[in-house]
Design a protein around this ligand. Structure first.
Ligand SMILES: Nc1ncnc2c1ncn2[C@@H]1O[C@H](COP(=O)(O)OP(=O)(O)O)[C@@H](O)[C@H]1O
Ligand SMILES: [Mg+2]
Length: 145
């Protein structure tokens, strides 16, 4: 991973849903750790595992910025708010209040290996959500991680 660094502006490592050796290896050298949470399957057990992992990685990579956010959020209902409140409670990471909705545009784009900013027809709401998340990340990069 460090060998690739001089060759690229950004390197994205997509790790699985589990705590794997490859994920831990990536976290030892990463600059940013993005942690998406689905509000529906949200439960304190997963959050506790992530918080424990962060506690173990922090001493090894103290500069690591960690951002949690909601993915596949619901268009309505109380789940988003409940999940956001829960995620806001921890100091282990920075919670970004910039949810990505559960939208066909995201899955259609993923299916062809692209971003919603690249595929046609353009879904303005999806693009806006992604841009807002990006802006929140950038703002937070200059603040606490
Ligand atoms: N915000 C979203 N809206 C709609 N579909 C989504 C969204 N996020 C993920 N998906 C769908 O779920 C699939 C897996 O998503 P991903 O975030 O890669 O989760 P995981 O890697 O944990 O399976 C994507 O390829 C896409 O089809
Ligand atoms: Mg995936």
């Amino acid at each position: 991973m460090l060998k690739l660094e001089p060759k690229y502006d950004d390197i994205v490592i997509d790790t699985g849903r589990r705590d794997t050796a490859s994920q831990r290896a990536a976290l030892t050298v990463a600059n940013v750790f993005l942690v998406p949470f689905i509000p529906r399957s949200f439960d304190i057990w997963t959050l506790q595992k992530v918080t424990t992992l962060i506690g173990e990685i922090r001493p090894i990579n103290p500069e690591l910025k960690i951002f949690a956010f909601l993915n596949r959020s619901d268009p309505r209902g109380r789940d988003n708010l409940g999940a956001s409140e829960l995620l806001s409670e921890s100091d282990a990471y920075t919670f970004l209040d910039a949810p990505l909705g559960n939208r066909k545009a995201f899955s259609n784009a993923a299916a062809v290996g692209m971003s919603v900013t690249e595929v046609k027809p353009r879904d303005k709401k999806a693009i806006n959500e992604l841009q807002t998340l990006f802006n929140h990340c950038q703002l937070a990069m200059n603040g606490a991680g």
